[in-house]
Structures are given as structure tokens and as C-alpha cells.
Design a protein around this ligand. Sequence first.
Ligand code: C2E
Ligand code: MG
Ligand code: MG
Length: 564
Amino acid sequence: MDSNAEQGATFPNCLQLMETLPTGVLLHRAGVILYANREMRRIFGLENADSLENRPLLSYFQPESWKRIEQSIAGLKPDEPGGIPAELTVIQANDKEATLETVTTLLPSQEEATYCTIAKDISQRKQREDHIRYQANYDNLTGLPNRTLFLDRLQREVVRAQRQNHRVALMFIDLDRFKWVNDTLGHAAGDDLLRHVASRVQGCLRQSDTVARMGGDEFTAILPDMARGPFAERVASEVLAQLAAPFTLCGQEVLISGSIGIAIYPDDANTLDELLRNADIAMYRAKSAGRNGYCFFTPDMHAEAQERMELENDLHHVLERNELVLHYQPIVNLATRRVVGAESLLRWLHPKRGNISPAIFIPMAEEIGMISRITEWTIRTACTQAHQWRQQTEGSDFFVSVNLSCTRCRDLSAGEIIQNIFKDTGLPPSALVLEITENILSENAERAMSMLNHLVELGVNLWLDDFGTGHSSLSVLKRLPVNGIKIDRSFVPSSHSDPETIVLVEAILSLAKSLNRQVIGEGIESEEQAGFLRARNCLMGQGYLFMKPEPAASFASVLGKTFS
Ligand code: C2E
Ligand code: MG
Ligand code: MG
């Protein structure tokens, strides 16, 4: 008598045991089920069926995966231990799929080959793995491939293009006003915009193309098997048109635009890295060419980009290396011809490249985040200098003007910094003029307005620079708290000027008078121009007629001077 019987326990028979196992057990012969235990029936989605005897296996498994396993188990030998492991896909009764990890063995001592497949349902683990793989390869917000998957696909397309002698176009797409949307309408609207953009861009491309989101507002598109001819141009134009059509965000119509750079493999690049870099360079060029456009890479852009990068690096160190200087151009009372003030104009004395124009390095400084420090340096230097000059000429109401960049105007701390500069230098606020342009209203107008009002409260004068060159000058004039306007030099008439320019300037002058704003004429090069402006109540002027912008030391010679 065995020990179990002695203890009075009933030993379960083999079938009972199999029914309680948490693992699927399947006995089969010649593709037909002999027995499926309870867990196996559950996996098939047939838990209510008592038996699956005699049913064909092929109706439960995905046919290819089952046929594959049938072939490999046919090679099993009865006297050899071990089984065939496999991952199998089950089609459940409700048409859902389950993934099984299985091992199939050949049962010994059977006349006809009989197999036992042991199966574990790993569907949940599979789903988790799929989810992780999805997260690693797709952008959560837009559902587009992310940078990782994009690089992988680009790599494949480049290899394929090499093999098949094809061309691949790579597009970098950047949104032009995304930051503005995020700042003014909030992040939810920004997210919404990105989702809309993703689907619009996708709509412009073929099934075989890849659109990806690289992060932020940067998208890319891979166009493999690119036919010769204007295919990429057509796609780029269509993408731009789609981006330029209005979006509705938070119930508000929003207009944005995009800039696209295109590089083609192998025409423009030998390697993946080069292709990426060149598409980026072309995109940058498209952006600086005025946005809402596309641009193909050309080899000369590379040298230019290299130069630009070096210049940007140097610009980071411009203050500690003392390479900035201010030049001053006299501002003259056109009636008395006395020097009443000076416009300070920045110069970058680059050790290798010589004098670099502010028109080049100011926008660059805005982009690389150096503009705040440069502006602070400029205002401090100009105020210190002006204070010194005022003290040299007793009772002087000499003033200095400083050009304020648009991005700086939106920085709320600027007012506080300027207040400190007055404290440190001793210059009264009324002796400082800040020159702004109407572009400051193009982005985040409210913040700019509150900053400008703060400056006015401090007692600083504001002048609107380059008046007449913008698009909305008149309405802007009404909105901005400026007390002077500078007529751009393209509007200062000369003897060659057409009658329309003259009419325009006259209109500006009379408008300024009725709005009680001072007018300052820029770029006066001849007595004739000075005379014209003076005769029409233009109070002040500056230009080469009096003096070119000069370093402080040379400017000092015209301090308090009256031009003859
Ligand atoms: P802007 O403020 O309109 O400055 C006037 C520009 O006209 C200066 O060019 C000046 O040298 C030039 N100019 C003056 N008189 C005459 C003339 O009679 N004939 C001609 N043809 N030109 C004349 P510049 O110094 O190259 O400055 C260019 C622009 O760079 C400035 O235009 C201003 O927008 C910007 N800028 C200069 N300094 C600064 C600065 O410190 N900060 C910022 N944000 N921008 C600055
Ligand atoms: Mg100016
Ligand atoms: Mg100007």
C-alpha cells in the first residue's frame, strides 16, 4: 500500500489534473485535436465547450503560424527528448487574437505520431511590449513616427536608394509662428495646432512616404523613390499651402506658415548625417528668406552655414572680449542747427572679420539669446556716456537714443534693468530715448505694450523708428505710446524723388503734428533735404550731411556745436 492511500487521500487521475492546470495542454494527431484542457479551451475562447475532440487545429490558429509549426514538429523523433518551442497566434472565437508561447513534444510509444503542445498565454505581456515599442517609436501627441523611428526609416531608405540607384528627398518643415500660438493661446491650443499640422502634412504625402515629428514644431518628411522632375517642389508647395490655410484653435481662427528645407540623397549628401545637416541648412535659409517658403540645399549654403556658426560662437563671447563699441551720430535741431542729442549705433569690431553691421549680428543675437545682455550693455554704455557729456556742457539737455530690439521689448524685466541703469549712471530718464519699431506688436503685443507703458511711466521717451517702411504704420502710431517718429531715410525726399514720396512725407508730417508727435528725419545727406524737412515743421534730423556715426572720442568734437 502506498503512502497516499495510507493517509486516506484520493490521488487525482491524470485528466482531472490537466483540467486544473493554469497552462494550456493540447493533444493532437494529424492536425486534429484529441484533447484540449480547460485553460486551452479558454485560450481558444471556447470555455463553455466540454470537449474539442476531433476539431481541426487549423481553425484555431493563424494558418501560417500553424503550418510553420507542423513542418518543424514533423522532424521530431520518438526516442529523442526535447520539444519545439514556438510563438503562435490564436484566432479566438470572438475573432480577437491571443499570443501563445508553446512547446510541442512527440509522445512516446504511440502507433501514429501524437503530439502534446503546452501553451502559455502571453498576450498581456505582448501588449505591454507593443506599447513600450510604440512609445519608443511614435510621438504621443500626433501619433507620427518620432525622431528614433524617423532616423531608422531614413537609414533604410538611404541604403535602399544606394542599392537600387534611387533618390530620396528629405524635408525639414518648421512652423513659423508656433511660439506665438503657445504664448498667447496656451499650450492646449499649441498641442491642438501640432495635431492639425501633422494630419495636414500627412495628407500631402504618399502612403510610402514618412512624416515624422522631431520634437517642438519641427516635422520631417522622407520621400523615397523620388522621381526626377519637380516632385519635391510640388509636395513642398502643397505642404506650405496647407499650413497657410487658417486653423481653428479654441474657437479662434489662427494663421501660421511654414518654412521647408529640402536635401536630396545622393545629389546633396554622401552620408545620413550630411543629408540631415544639409536639409537643416536649407530650412534655415528658407526661414531667413522671409518664411512661408521652401528652399533646396545648394553647396554654397554649407560654407555660409559654417561661417554663420563661427560667427554665432564668437557672438557669445563678444562682451567679455570687449569687441562691441558704440558709435554716435548727432541729432540736430533743424531750425537752429544745434546738436541736441545723439543716436547710439552698435558696432562689432570682429578681430578677424573687421566691422560687422548691426543688421547682421542683432538678429543673430536675438536668435541665440544674447540680445538681453547686449542691450543692457548698450543702454548702460550710452547712458554713462550721455551723462558725462551732459556734465561737460553745463545746463545741457543733451539726450541719447538707443535702438531697442523687438524681442527685448517683450521682456518684462527690461524696465527694472533700465531703472537700475539710471540709478547707477545718474542720467535722468528724460535724457534717454528708446527707438522701437512697429514689429514689436507682431508677436505678443500685450506684453510689449505693458513693457512700453512701464518705460513711459519711468519718464523715458519712445520714438518709432523707420516710420513708413512697415505695413500698418498709421494704426500702430495710434496704439503705441510714442512721443516721436523717425521718418525712414527712404522717405526723405531728394531732388530726384517722385511727387508721390513728397506727398507722403508731407502727409506724415502733418499727421504727426496733429497727433502731437515730434518728427525726426533720418538719412539727411543734402542741404536740400534738410531745407525741405525744416520747412514742413520737422523738428530734428540726422544724417551724413552733419556727420556719419563716429566713436565717442570723435563725436565729442561736435558736442554743443551749431552746424553752419
Ligand atoms: P537705424 O536705427 O534706422 O539707424 C540708422 C542707420 O542709418 C544707421 O545704420 C546709420 O549709420 C545709417 N545712416 C545714418 N545717416 C545716414 C545717411 O545720411 N545716409 C545713409 N545712407 N545712412 C545713414 P547702421 O549703423 O548700419 O544701423 C543699421 C540698423 O541696425 C539701425 O537702423 C538699427 O535698426 C540697428 N541697430 C544699430 N544699433 C543697434 C542697437 O544698439 N540695438 C539694436 N537693437 N539695433 C541696432
Ligand atoms: Mg534707429
Ligand atoms: Mg531708422
